[in-house]
Design a protein around this ligand. Structure first.
Ligand code: IVH
Length: 703
């Protein structure tokens, strides 16, 4: 039925039309936001919205309470629904040599204060993508990808089509999250690529990409047609333990119906681990699926629990990677990239070459010395051979990391000239300075260097920082280019400047009514930000995610933090000492933070930003059951029952702030054997002093 032009509508028709549009747009919103399955395109949606507005302008008395004109876009990310993992999905630390495996074992035994040998499991590291599957009362409830470890994508209906994942479990704990790797065999990969090519679709680069592409399909019927396998090797939330040991838990998962890897072995020493590694390495080519190393795990689950984890990796496991594959190609150019902190990074532009199934055309060259053939201590690498544009170079990839250059073939060198590293920033022209003892040259342009500004802004909106839906590196780049955004505060005035009026976000190329509204709503949603995220987002050199958390937990509010940083004089005074006393803050980081806040222009920029935000205080982790939660504790002297590292990790798990030095703010000093000056200082300040035994009794976990 043709639409009646707005100016010809009578009142009755207008009322009916407003009702129809409201219903249709509500349906479109739900389809778009909740079902990831839009029922109309942006243009149709915008036309409906405009018609609605025009009718409302003619008949203001008919505006409905649920009118689409009153709604602001719901800031829900397109694509998959998100699932928050009940227990974070960890990644693994790496070892690349036998020596590093022995060091891992030594580290574990030292942490646990164990003299004798320890049992470990060893199993192939599957090169696929990890998946967490939740069962409740035996029924499969949900399945999620790893995502950032905290929040993954909901791929439940897709996971239902994977071999090796049972839909129902008998005799399983009430709640059980099974974790493992989704992969594709070489045979299935080749067959899939043949079908892709026949259907004139792009073939996948390797089985891992094919597995990821097949699992992450909005249309689960596509996943169903792609043969995927699954090996279970870990678990998340559990209502009852699976077993007492890693190997026992894996056997239990197998009994429950999961595929587990047949090359999983129990080993009683680093030597036995290395032997199993060699065995798996020898079988690698015949397995029929990709693996990229061997994973070692402490077998005793009670010991795993004691070892716990660092921020993203467990202390009780490590991945022993296979040596990287390499390939030779020509170095066509060396470009210099300027990073967020002004670091000049040389990047090799290579004639494209396949390394381990992936086409590589860029590689890192690290720094000036690396190009010259020197390591960080000035010792020769590659027997001192330098790298020149035009050379033949050997490229390698280790895991997912950026490709690197290992060697250069001098026999192929003709009249290439040595590379001279720039002494000026190639972007802004400011001096690039290499401080004595440093490997990296840095552009001194700061925020006035376009490259640094752009990188700082990209960092600001990145996932671990402000994480604004719809505002990624690409969008920031285009806003910066057009002068819409120059500094972080500008993001929060976009609505005021471009939400209405002559120049509007929705009229920019690549934007529409809905995407513009979604972005502005997403920015609004991030006006409230936890202190630790804000500190990280500022992009202060040496302040990563975990340091930002350490600072936030210590200063707790933005006001406290900012004022303390401004008050602190480098290397002197009380504010400086307080900063340095924080466990996890070293002199280099402290100096970097203080310098950052001492630069007047930077401080003003930060203040402009802060004035637009609601910054949420961060409190030290509270453990209501523990009498020591929130206390500042210093350990000194030799502990005899547990190692210093374990004491610290345990205390932190109870919500304790562990500090390196004694001050008025110290609540408890735990004095081990042969305690010296810190004990004296604590006594003189009247700080409570406990022996190791007293401390252990106080913090013993009940129940
Ligand atoms: S254990 C708590 N075991 O490797 C430890 N991971 O580099 C959780 N992976 O994210 C991981 N095979 O996706 C473990 N046998 C195996 C594995 C394995 C492959 C993957 C996993 C993890 C990544 C870490």
């Amino acid at each position: 039925m043709a639409e009646i032009p707005v100016e010809k509508l009578n009142e009755k028709q207008a009322r009916a039309e407003l009702a129809r549009i409201a219903a249709l747009m509500a349906k479109a919103d739900a389809a778009y936001h909740q079902n990831d399955d839009p029922i109309m395109d942006d243009a149709q949606y915008d036309a409906l919205k405009a018609r609605n507005l025009a009718i409302e302008a003619r008949f203001p008395g008919l505006i409905r309470p649920d009118s689409p004109s009153k709604k602001v876009g719901a800031p829900v990310a397109p694509g998959f629904a998100k699932i928050r993992h009940a227990v974070p999905m960890l990644s693994l630390g790496n070892a690349f040599s036998d020596e590093e495996v022995r060091e891992f074992d030594a580290r574990v035994r030292k942490f646990l204060s164990i003299e004798g040998g320890l049992d470990y499991t060893a199993e192939p590291k599957i090169d696929g993508l990890s998946l967490s599957i939740r069962y409740e009362n035996g029924g499969l409830i949900s399945a999620a990808t790893r995502g950032d470890g905290e929040v993954g994508e909901d791929v439940t209906s897709n996971a239902m089509h994977i071999k090796g994942i049972p839909h129902r479990l008998e005799n399983a704990p009430e709640i059980l999250e099974v974790r493992g790797e989704v992969y594709m065999t070489h045979m299935d990969f080749q067959a899939l690529n043949a079908r892709q090519i026949a259907a004139k679709e792009k073939p996948f680069a390797n089985p891992r990409n094919a597995a990821a592409g097949s699992l992450r399909q909005l249309d689960a019927s596509i996943t169903a047609r792609r043969p995927l396998g699954f090996f279970a090797y870990a678990w998340g939330a559990l209502s009852a333990p699976l077993a007492k040991s890693q190997i026992g838990a894996i056997q239990r998962l197998q009994t429950l119906g999961f595929a587990t890897n047949p090359l999983t072995a129990l080993c009683d020493s680093p030597a036995a681990l290395l032997e199993h590694y060699r065995k798996i390495e020898a079988l690698r080519a015949e397995l029929g699926y990709d693996i990229d190393g061997v994973v070692y795990k402490v077998n005793d689950l009670a010991l795993q629990a004691r070892l716990g984890m660092r921020s993203t990796t467990p202390r009780w496991a490590i991945a022993h990677k296979f040596p990287a594959e390499t390939a030779w190609t020509r170095l066509e150019a060396i470009d210099i990239q300027v990073g967020r902190t002004g670091a000049l990074s040389p990047v090799a532009r290579l004639h494209p070459v396949t390394v381990g199934g992936v086409v590589v055309s860029n590689a890192t060259l690290h720094n000036e010395d690396y190009i010259k053939g020197l390591d960080s201590k000035g010792q020769p690498i590659r027997e001192g051979r330098d790298i020149r544009v035009g050379d033949w170079v050997e490229v390698y990839r280790a895991g997912d990391v950026i490709p690197k250059i290992r060697d250069v073939d001098l026999s192929k060198r003709r009249n290439e000239t040595p590379y001279s590293f720039p002494t000026q920033c190639p972007v802004c022209g400011a001096d690039a300075i290499r401080e004595p003892g440093e490997a990296i040259s840095r552009c001194t342009g700061g925020f006035s260097c376009a490259a640094q500004r752009l990188e700082k802004l990209k960092h600001f909106v990145s996932r671990q920082a402000f994480d604004i839906d719809g505002l990624g590196a690409k969008q920031i780049e285009s806003f910066v280019q057009d002068g819409w955004v120059r500094e972080p505060a500008d993001i929060f005035t976009l609505q005021a400047r471009y939400g209405s009026g002559g120049r509007q976000l929705k009229n920019r190329e690549g934007w529409g009514e809905r995407s513009a509204q979604n972005l502005l709503a997403a920015i609004e949603a991030r006006r409230t930000i936890p202190l630790n995220r804000l500190i990280f987002a500022l992009g202060i050199r040496h302040v990563g995610e975990s340091s930002a958390m350490v600072l936030a937990r210590n200063y707790q509010s933005w006001g406290n933090f900012r004022n303390a940083m401004q008050a602190a004089q480098p290397h002197a005074g009380e504010a400086w000492q307080e900063l340095n006393a924080i466990d996890g803050v070293g002199e280099v980081m402290a100096a970097s933070v203080v310098d950052f806040f001492h630069e007047a222009r930077t401080r003003e920029m930060v203040d402009r930003l802060a004035s637009m935000l609601r910054i949420k205080d961060v409190s030290p982790p509270q453990n209501t059951g523990s009498p020591v939660a929130g206390k500042t504790v210093v350990f000194t002297g030799t502990l005899t029952k547990i190692s210093r590292a374990e004491a610290k990790a345990r205390a932190e798990a109870l919500g304790v702030r562990v500090s390196g030095s004694v001050s008025k703010k110290t609540d408890i000093l735990v004095a081990g054997e042969k305690a010296g000056s810190k004990l004296k200082k604590a006594e003189s300040l009247g700080v409570e002093v406990l022996s190791e035994d007293e401390w252990l009794a106080l913090t013993a976990q009940k129940g």
